[in-house]
Ligand binder design. Structure first.
Ligand code: GLU
Length: 254
């Protein structure tokens, strides 16, 4: 298992994400990466520890109020910088982080290749983001709608977060079989594989269910099923104490 952390709100996203990834290190991983949106959609990723990613980004402009980070446990393609997440779509306008396995990625990849899509990594996750891009472009629909339709095409397990260059206040998440928790703060939202990266900021969380899609846009949380039925978010209070998960995670370099 590996980890997802994402943030949108009024704080700096990078330190929250890096610290959150460190809190998820116990899950095991082989590489780490982060996408930050600030005019450009920038992706930085590295094989190895989160601390290596931290060194790599230490001289980059990481200023951003929205972003997403990932620790990967390779299933499709060896652990290296290119296969690490996030993955851009072909247009580089959108990017994905993904935990899990897309079982039918081979046939989807061939289908997309036949349409001219090029792939840079060996991952099933890059297929997922190009599938989303293809559905959006073919149908001229919104990104959340394209993600929802893509969920009908993929077979397997996933927790995903998708970010778009064109929507600086939007994160889209979905899950089936891999956990995903939404932290609800005051004018800010967190996404993570479990609550440990979230607890120091808010104790109000929503656990996303299988086949649900969460769209966080302009400070609003919308949850709907894969069939497009709107759901009322069930906000739970976390009992977890920060001290019980506190490790040597204090400072980050971004
Ligand atoms: N299947 C994806 C990959 O190989 C995600 C693995 C994971 O869950 O970290 O990149």
């Amino acid at each position: 298992m590996c980890g997802i952390v994402a943030y949108v709100g009024h704080r700096e996203a990078c330190p929250i994400i890096i610290k959150g990834l460190k809190r998820l290190e116990y899950r095991g991983y082989d590489s780490a990466g982060i996408a930050l949106l600030n005019g450009n959609l920038n992706v930085y990723k590295k094989k190895g520890k989160v601390s290596e990613l931290e060194s790599f980004i230490s001289d980059k402009d990481t200023h951003s109020h929205i972003g997403m980070g990932h620790t990967r446990w390779a299933t499709h393609g060896e652990p290296n910088d290119v296969n690490a997440h996030p993955h851009y779509s072909s247009s580089r306008k959108i990017a994905i982080i993904h935990n899990g396995i897309i079982e039918n990625y081979g046939s989807l990849k061939q289908h997309l290749k036949n349409k001219g899509y090029e792939f840079h990594s060996d991952t099933d996750s890059e297929v997922f983001i190009n599938l989303i891009e293809d559905i959006r472009e073919n149908n001229n629909i919104s990104l959340p709608e394209a993600v929802r339709l893509a969920l009908h095409e993929v077979v397997g397990a996933y927790a995903i977060v998708v970010i778009s260059h064109d929507s600086p206040n939007q994160l889209i998440a979905a899950r089936k079989g891999s956990p995903l928790v939404i932290g609800v703060g005051k004018d800010e939202f967190f996404l993570a594989s479990d609550a440990t990266p979230i607890i120091e900021y808010t104790n109000e969380v929503v656990y996303l269910n299988d086949y649900e899609l969460a769209v966080i846009r302009d400070g609003q949380l919308d949850i709907r099923t894969r069939e497009d039925v709107a759901q009322t978010p069930y906000i739970q209070k976390l009992e977890l104490e920060l001290e019980s998960i506190e490790k040597v995670v204090t400072r980050t370099s971004c």
